[in-house]
Design a protein around this ligand. Sequence first.
Ligand code: AHR
Length: 840
Amino acid sequence: MQHKVIVNTKRELFPTAEDLYGLFFEDINRAGDGGMYPEMIRNRSFEDSLVPAGCTTDAEQKIYVNRGGWPGAFNHGEGMDDWAEKVPYTEIPGWYSENADMKLDQTDTLNEKRACALEVCFKPSGKIWNIGYAGVPIRTGEHADFYLFVKTEAEFCLKVSLEDAAGRVYAAEEKEIMPAEAYQRIDYRLTADGECFDGRLVLTADREVQILIGFTSLMPADTYMGHGLRKDLVEMLAGLHPKFMRFPGGCIVEGLSKETAMRFSNTIGPVWERPSHQLMWHYRTTNGLGFHEYLQLCEDLQIAAMYVCNCGMTCQARCSELFEPDLVQEYLQEALDAIEYATGSAETKFGAIRAKMGHPEPFALKYVEIGNENWGPAYEERYQLFYETIKARYPELILISNAHTEKKGLPTEYADEHYYSAPEFFLENDTMFDRYDRQGPKIFLGEYAVNGGKTIASMECAMAEAVFLTGVEKNQDIVKLSAYAPLFQNSDYTAWKPNLIVFDNHQVYGIPSYHVISLFGKYRGAQVVETRTETEYRPPRYQGIPGILCEKPGLRMKNVKINGEAAAISRTIYGDWEESDGVYTMKRGENRHAFTGKSDAWNQAFAAFMNRRRRPQGMPDIHDFMWVTFGQTDLEAYTFEADLKFDAENAVTMSIWNFHPDTDAGCSEPRDTDWNLQSVRNQIWRIENGEGATEFRPFFNSDRPQPKRVQLQIDYTKFNHYKIVAKPGSYACYINGELVQEKKLAVHPLIYAAASTEKEQVLLKLINVSENSVETEVELDCDILPKVRMETIAAALDAVNDMENKERVAAREQVLENGGRRFTVELAPHSVNVLAAVKR
Ligand code: AHR
């Protein structure tokens, strides 16, 4: 077929959204300390092993548990299990000693904000060292600035050096330290004469001495615009052509407990006076990357700042604590103080603190989001209070709601929507925003990413997101902001996958989605213009193995066949079964849904927690289901049949294309199994009480329409023959040889397009989701120069970037020579393309 994209540049629909592409920075995966905030000492305040406030731990301190019972990996402050397994054990995370004793002192700390100090008793040739975040990076000729606050009753000489594990010294400085009653700050500058990325910072005393260290820091001297952030990482951010940044979270804004919820006031002032606190991504922050630093970064990148404030509740996904009215008021005051800090004159209380921090002029704060991922009546009440108070004082600020609070009659300027799903969700929802109410709030696509499916951080994910973004671009009258999430991943410490930018202590790369967003951010245009696409439509191509699931025990199955061949159970996902004379009988199973986190302590605590927590309102608990699969080979087209006998009220589901998802994807909290209902691509046939449906009923959201059901003729007293015939794009369901139900999958185009114009240019985004290259005719209603710049990201679906090949999937540029009112362009298989044509 002839594929054609018609661009009506004369049909200007609406202006492009000023801030459409932005950043969402959250301190997750050690994105902050040891990441964009390039502190090289891990546990610089010695507080990492303190039990997170508002939580308890098990005897071995493997996990913490918040007041609601939600458990998380702790490992006495090392954090994630993967990480804790990798580093040599030490009581004080990050710190090691030789001929020296170390212990925490919680009485004589540097100041009232510091919860402890490190007491060190140096013996002869005594030294202590810190191994940083998977090694202290040392580079030839580069300066690093070290300081410590130290208290000593005796004079001694302290040598500070950068070394490798074998003792090779790359940089060193010695300073004589005099006795003093108070803590004193001593500064060092270290200039390395070699390179080592697995280095350590070593402190050596020249004699026996007992000292207290109140706080330490080792930072590179060369940072982005001299403002203290890691250069290469911020340059990656700039490479995305962002227009705004949302900060500081994310779930970390909400916190695990009242005490660990984000407070603006803890993140300003001298860093050694900023209290540290536990983040829910299993490590502690010293808050060096604080409110001022975020605002400064926005200013340096010339982008709008979006502050997310806690609105008086902790994370609803992790057993929320609702703050009492006084504390809600305190948090409201925190939000107001933060806004004053950013925007008030140097004469205001908080503006004056900002001025003291070196920024007398106000920062440009444009957006404030009230809470993160909060919902329901408790949120609505708090939202209203925050909205009305902030709006009354700062009418110029754009306020963002976490939910569609307009449906509750509340003023809602922007609603923040989050989408994490499999590629097909994004492929199938390019028109989602077309159906939104134009009178409703503007939409902030605050977090999105493909994080399900067979591949992860791949071209397949990037391409699906690009398709979704063409839908966003075509709806810029209401979708005003978007941000991929999460942004950063320290590859040595991953609490969530995928992430847009991956780094270690000295290198960085962007996943394929990074390159797509960078491309889309680069070519914006001023007016969205009409495009029309004439192309082939196809259903998604699904492959997998079949399965059978029941919600109550007692289902009996025999004569199970795939393509006419007898098939045995290949996997028990939930529950258990027994077999007798070729008949399987499903029964409940003990611990079938074993959790797949790392440490047993975490898994067991998680299992106990999940088992305690039952679905509300009599909803079935998925862990009570029984679910088995048949066969091993992923198939697209096949016949699956079985004789089944079950009670009418036992809902039995034949699941069609079950597949093994990428188990690394998503949040690293323990999962109940690495096969889950999302790995059925929601293609099922569910039979309950004599009715059949090809969709699951909504488990969680009762607002969603119930799936359509058809009446079936089933004699429940006997075995009946059930058959599914699956083929590309559809499946048919039979009972006792009679066709009773059919499902056709929604088709989608092979080519997606979105276009915009600006004075001189026509910008056209074209995505080819097919496995073949597609010759596409572009038809324009204006003249253009023959030379058309084209940037293309194309790769196999499973192609990824990594440290060895950082730009395997990245944009490549070419110049077409055949531009005109009609011209053809060859779109590579699985490709995301932008054409920039110059108007004549
Ligand atoms: O982006 C990772 C997390 O996903 C964010 O913290 C949260 O807002 C969402 O649940």
